[in-house]
Design a protein around this ligand. Structure first.
Ligand code: BG6
Ligand code: MG
Length: 229
């Protein structure tokens, strides 16, 4: 049973939680899908969220039954092309692009003394955090290149807790992806899902959008009141 009073830190996904770059990833992968002849569907788009660059490419190739049609080098080239296109899309990011409510939420939790970490699968995370002007707010940013397994494996959220010097049970993780929620739950942290409720049904706590996220809304969620009974 969890009590909100045990919580000492927050681990944030980046794309789709702190800023709306999830749509840029989708836009760039859709282009790749068209190039390799994979049909772009809502289901494929949802399944790709939170997934590392090379795993995403493999999923797209598999969805088009063409995972064996490309050499290792060709796959690396497709992933590079996607990343170059994606980097152009994020080039214009500014602090204005922090999703509604999240700058306030970061300030609120920081001010109250919680530890903060970023648990993003993206190798572009450090540059995005700089562009958003929030890089200094975090005690730790997990380096996805140093991980053995990507989301939905729990490793990234376990690492985020370690870097904050906290136990997983003291951490709340915030995510917009199915893979990310599975990762948080697998790590033994409290999962907050932001977005489509049907998609994120495994989240312990759910918000339809970032604008609804606040410390009081999390603390007052039935998940914690149920745990405190
Ligand atoms: C995740 C995104 O945060 O990062 C995925 O949700 C993306 O869509 C992954 O594929 C890896 O990002 P990058 O920037 O390293 O290609
Ligand atoms: Mg995300």
């Amino acid at each position: 049973m969890r009590s909100f009073h045990d919580i000492k830190g927050f681990a944030f996904d980046l794309d789709g939680v702190l800023t709306d770059t999830a749509r840029f990833h989708a836009q760039a992968w859709k282009k790749t899908a068209e190039e390799v002849g994979t049909k772009w569907t809502d289901e494929l788009a949802a399944g790709l969220k939170g997934i590392s660059r090379m795993d995403s490419l493999e999923m797209i190739l598999k969805a088009g039954n063409c995972e064996h049609s490309y050499t290792h080098e060709q796959k690396a080239q497709l992933a590079d092309e996607k990343n170059e296109y994606y980097k152009k899309l994020i080039d214009t990011l500014t602090p204005e692009d922090i999703l509604p409510g999240m700058a306030e939420f970061l300030m609120e939790v920081k001010h109250k003394g919680y530890k903060l970490a970023v648990a993003s699968a993206s190798k572009n995370a450090p540059i995005i955090l700089e562009r958003l002007g929030i890089a200094d707010m975090f005690d730790a940013v997990v380096d996805p290149a140093a991980l053995k397994s990507g989301k939905p494996d729990p490793e990234i959220f376990v690492r985020a807790a370690e870097l904050m010097n906290l136990q997983p049970c003291e951490v709340i993780g915030l995510e917009d992806s199915i893979a990310g929620i599975k990762s948080i739950n697998g790590a033994g942290e409290v999962s907050v899902g932001i977005g489509d409720k049907d998609e994120l049904y495994e989240a312990a706590i759910h918000f339809a959008s970032t604008a609804e996220v606040s410390l009081s809304a999390i603390q007052g969620d039935p998940y914690f009141s149920r745990s405190n009974l």
